[in-house]
Ligand binder design. Sequence first.
Ligand code: FES
Length: 106
Amino acid sequence: PRITFVSPDGGRKTIDAPDGETLMRAATQHAVDEILGECGGACCCATCHVYLDDASLARLPPASEMERQVLEFTAAPRRKGSRLACQVLADRLSDGLIVELPATQI
Ligand code: FES
């Protein structure tokens, strides 16, 4: 699946993520520096915060209760499109996704 990350300064990086990999791991493996993923994907650090647009959100499985709770602790403001990249899989549903990165994770 092809995923595009957009930095706050407008810079874009498109990667081919392994199928079934989380967006957090795919991003960190491709040096998308704005994604930290400090807890390693255990859904407890909120340093893999990203923003998705409405169309993308509608395509993906909804956030779990746990993800919604951890989203309360993001460093950058939480928005309607906020998700944790460790809880979103790179697969046929997310192929072509545009992922907006927040200004800070800590
Ligand atoms: Fe820690 Fe996603 S990597 S919440």
